[in-house]
Design a protein around this ligand. Structure first.
Ligand code: TGC
Ligand code: FAD
Length: 397
């Protein structure tokens, strides 16, 4: 008779191919052996070790669903299982990887010229060239369509655009070699994607200061991008795509990765809370796990983790068949981030005062999961995307 597995209650594993299971195991092993031992200190020091991307590159974990250019070409679900393994350790480590893989490599692969793909993708797949994705601006977060960053023909350099403007809250920007910057072309007012290569930028035209003292995602590095008449070769503008379809197409993949990724963070919270509740005794030597209120917290969290995982696997399979809509991705991104944050906060209560110590890890997940609910479309924005699809009425403005 089958036995109930509290770590995979609805047997999501049975939906995976052998290759997907093998990729998941490789990623989980790397993350538990190599990332888990260093995350506490990294979080305390607010330090992101960029060697991590090289290590991931050696294992073929970067840009994993891209075919060719040194990438593994695995399924969307397999890519999601990688983000889940990384996020089980820390959302910040997953963030660094998502930006590299989905937002920048994915963008170059989908919209870049053949020359750009050949020039950048193999080095990025190895984690030797690091990327950042600049969409959000100080005055325009949920509404990137109102961005102020502009690109116009460079006044003195033939064959170059000149980019000016500021982006903020940009993952990896201080350590990035290439920055995918979205800017409005002055001639048309349309949004275009520009691949800014740091080594081509004269002094004073590109600054990427770090944003320090974050109270979440501290194991990831975040910064700004300041462009002051920065010269960018015309062939570094994505040739075909214009408008928000460009950045949002990249976001579809990254949002999918978050949907499965945060299930890893939630599962780690469940695992830690279960262990703690079995060990900690209160009232006549009983473990906390004996009390019904504690069991309900674990049951609620395990149920949403299992449902969220199944839903994300389903959307991944549809995506590979060309049958996924952006709204499906909004649904799993919103639901899984909201439920992961909610349950992490509830499970934190099981640790009592000890939850306040960073040694127990639960507070770190709570702080990180707030960020996952906020970036790549805050949950209320995804509600409006879904509401628009359900009613046909746009409620953003
Ligand atoms: P809207 O009218 O809805 O659309 C404008 C154009 O874009 C197209 N489009 C999409 N295309 C592909 N995939 C999608 N998901 C798409 N969503 C929209 C749409 O078809 C249209 O195309 P066209 O050709 O007709 O022009 O635009 P809007 O201005 O009304 O948008 C509203 C809204 C709220 C949907 C949108 O602005 C939104 O999603 N806002 C959230 C902003 C956001 O997600 N920012 C993410 C920044 S990057 C980031 O956070 C990285 S964190 C990384 C990490 O560390 O892990
Ligand atoms: P705002 O847009 O000001 O929204 C504030 C609140 O108002 C939200 O709750 C929102 O839902 C709500 N709201 C806004 N408009 C409406 C409306 N019409 N109806 C109802 N409610 C509304 N961006 C990048 O481009 N690249 C990155 O790599 C990146 N990395 C990030 C890393 C971190 C650590 C963080 C914190 C953010 C990152 N971001 C990045 C930015 C992120 O995408 C934005 O923070 C997010 O899109 C929200 O924008 P905002 O912070 O300006 O909030």
């Amino acid at each position: 008779a089958p036995a109930f597995d509290w770590q995979d209650p609805l047997s999501s594993k049975s939906l995976l191919t052998e290759e997907e299971q093998a990729i998941s195991e490789t990623a989980e092993r790397y993350c538990q052996e190599q990332l888990a031992p260093r995350v506490l200190q990294a979080y305390r020091d607010e330090n992101y070790d960029k060697k991590i991307l090289e290590e991931m590159g050696e294992l073929g974990l970067l840009g994993s669903s891209i075919e060719g250019y040194g990438c593994a070409g695995v399924s969307t679900v397999a890519g999601g299982l990688i983000t889940r393994a990384v996020e089980r350790v820390d959302s910040g480590y997953r963030s660094g990887m998502s930006v590299q893989s989905s937002l920048v490599m994915g963008g170059i692969h989908e919209f870049g010229s053949e020359e750009l793909k050949e020039k950048y993708l193999p080095g990025m797949a190895k984690g030797k060239i690091l990327g950042a994705f600049g969409l959000t601006e100080p005055n325009h977060g949920s509404d990137p369509g109102s961005m102020e960053t502009t690109a116009k023909p460079h006044p003195t350099k033939e064959g170059y655009y000149s980019l000016s403007g500021s982006k903020t809250w940009i993952t990896n920007s201080p350590i990035s070699d290439v920055l995918l910057v979205w800017a409005k072309l002055a001639e048309t007012g349309k949004i275009r994607g520009f691949l800014v290569d740091r080594k081509d930028c004269p002094a004073g035209t590109l600054e990427t200061p770090a944003i320090k003292n974050k109270n979440g995602l501290r194991a990831s590095i975040t910064g700004m991008i300041h462009l002051d008449n920065c010269p960018v070769p015309k062939e570094h503008m994505f040739p075909e795509v214009e408008g928000l379809r460009g950045p949002f197409s990249c976001l579809n993949s990254a949002r999918y990765g978050i949907a499965l990724g945060v299930m890893g963070a939630l599962e780690d919270c469940i695992d830690r809370a279960r262990t703690y509740s079995l060990e900690r005794k209160q009232f006549k030597g009983n473990p906390l796990a004996k009390y019904q209120l504690v069991q309900k917290k674990l049951a609620d969290a395990a149920t949403d983790a299992a449902y969220g995982t199944l839903a994300a696997i389903q959307v991944g399979k549809l995506k590979d068949q060309g049958l996924a809509t952006p709204e499906m991705i909004s649904m799993v991104k919103r639901q899984n981030c909201d439920r992961a944050l909610h349950h992490a906060r509830v499970l934190q209560e099981i640790f009592g005062g000890n939850a306040v110590s960073d040694e127990y890890g639960i507070g770190r997940h709570v702080a990180n999961l707030y960020v996952t609910q906020t970036y790549e479309g805050q949950s209320d924005i995804h509600s409006l995307i879904l509401g628009r699809a359900i009613t046909g009425i746009q409620a953003f403005v």
